[in-house]
Design a protein around this ligand. Structure first.
Ligand SMILES: *[C@@H]1O[C@H](CO)[C@@H](O)[C@H](O)[C@H]1NC(C)=O
Ligand SMILES: *[C@@H]1O[C@H](CO)[C@@H](O)[C@H](O)[C@H]1NC(C)=O
Ligand SMILES: *[C@@H]1O[C@H](CO)[C@@H](O)[C@H](O)[C@H]1NC(C)=O
Ligand SMILES: *[C@@H]1O[C@H](CO)[C@@H](O)[C@H](O)[C@H]1NC(C)=O
Length: 364
């Protein structure tokens, strides 16, 4: 049997087990909804019997028989995730509170995703997380380990592997998809909290998202601000624009927030990647903030809670002085996977080695 088929069967077995597990009530309701629809096609009176049978078999069979027994269900589950739409996924993760915590990842970022998710699980917000997979391997991997929490928004970028090199055209293309993803979610009527996955939560950010502003963001500058700094868009810096981070953004499904995202998409098209600028999506985001500031209600989050990597990892004095006040740490102002991992490890923020079990993906 080809190795990939075997792997998919393993995935399916795990999914069935997960679906039947009392530890995962949301996954149960999701799978049973799926089953119900199939059963009602056949008979109404037999529905209950069939349903209980399916549940019982679903629990027992993977234990009793080898997985090779069920070659058909695997391909159907595969096509289920392939065809899983954003609106289905959003309803699954965001139905309760109307807020979705979103990230976008391709395969090379999986260890960072895992690390970020462990930190979110510690704040008990993992149920609201939706991973936008930028390739099919990532989509299947996450939905195998954590059914329903990943979705792929076509079209797939041509070369997801090229996407991880900071400053490359691939990286620009990859990050350029973000505003569109976020706009899609807002248009479904949800609030969205976007995070890069090289971040770690030390506390719950939601109490900081006060008031009813359209958009909340953090400053990417490293200079220390006073604790009571203003919450408006800062003054532009040397390049004529601000340095707001596109790494963490909270948006409400308002006209203002949608106008900002549309402007961001437009700015990305106006200023495409070039060898000279080697940019990502952040400059365009800042120009969009600049150009929509009169029609969008913006809120700058407190630096002490959401410091840039240029402050948190480079000013020990500040970190000590502000101990206990940090909420989300961003591992930026450094490039290269290995360097980022080492820095997280040195700061006690690389959780995947010792605490993988605390996250929804378990050990990868
Ligand atoms: C969802 O609602 C609960 C209860 O009101 C609250 O504790 C939690 O922080 C909310 N989550 C989000 C993402 O807003
Ligand atoms: C990036 O996008 C451009 C324009 O859509 C495309 O021509 C190019 O092949 C893409 N490159 C990579 C590496 O994704
Ligand atoms: C927008 O950018 C221009 C050019 O740097 C600057 O003069 C202007 O003050 C900015 N507007 C806002 C609201 O930040
Ligand atoms: C580091 O933080 C301290 C304490 O907040 C501050 O006084 C100092 O200016 C900072 N150093 C740099 C290089 O920003």
């Amino acid at each position: 049997m080809p190795a990939f088929l075997y792997q998919r069967q393993q995935q399916q077995q795990q999914k069935t087990l997960l679906g039947a597990s009392p530890l995962s009530p949301r996954a149960v309701s999701f799978t049973s909804r799926f089953h119900q629809r199939t059963v009602s096609l056949f008979s109404r009176s037999g529905l209950l019997i069939l349903l209980s049978l399916i549940v019982v078999l679903g629990v027992l069979i993977p234990w009793i028989f080898p997985t090779e027994f069920f070659p058909f269900s695997f391909s159907s589950s595969l096509s289920r995730w392939r065809d899983y739409t954003l609106s289905q996924a959003a309803e699954f993760v965001g139905g309760k509170n109307g807020t979705i915590i979103v990230c976008a990842v391709s395969q090379p970022y999986l260890p960072f995703l895992q690390n970020w998710l462990i930190s979110i699980s510690r704040q008990k917000h993992q149920d609201e997380v939706l991973v936008i997979a930028e390739d099919y391997a990532t989509l299947y991997k996450i939905n195998q380990k954590w059914p329903g929490h990943a979705v792929l928004i076509p079209p797939v970028p041509p070369d997801a592997q090229a996407a991880h090199k900071f400053g490359s055209l691939g990286f620009f293309n990859f990050t350029s998809r973000r505003p569109r993803h976020l706009l899609n979610i807002l248009e479904l009527g949800y609030n969205v909290l976007y995070n890069d996955v090289d971040m770690v939560w030390l506390a719950d950010p939601f109490p900081y998202l006060q008031g009813h502003h359209d958009v909340y963001f953090t400053d990417d500058m490293a200079a220390v601000k006073p604790l009571n700094h203003p919450h408006s868009l800062p003054q532009p810096g040397k390049k004529g624009r601000t340095y707001i981070c596109s790494c963490m953004i909270f948006l409400r499904p308002t006209n203002g927030a949608k106008a900002l995202l549309r402007k961001w998409i437009e700015e990305l098209q106006l200023q495409p990647w070039s060898k000279k600028s080697r940019s990502n999506d952040q400059p365009a985001f800042n120009w969009a903030l600049n150009k929509t500031s009169d029609q969008v209600d913006m809120y700058l989050l407190p630096q002490v809670a959401f410091p840039s990597g240029g402050l948190y990892f480079k000013n020990e004095t500040w970190v000590k002085e502000t101990e206990g006040k940090h909420v989300i740490i961003h591992n930026n102002y450094i490039t290269g996977f290995e360097k980022k991992i080492k820095r997280f490890r040195d700061s006690g923020l690389w959780l995947v080695e010792d605490y993988a079990r605390e996250g929804p993906l378990g050990k990868l």
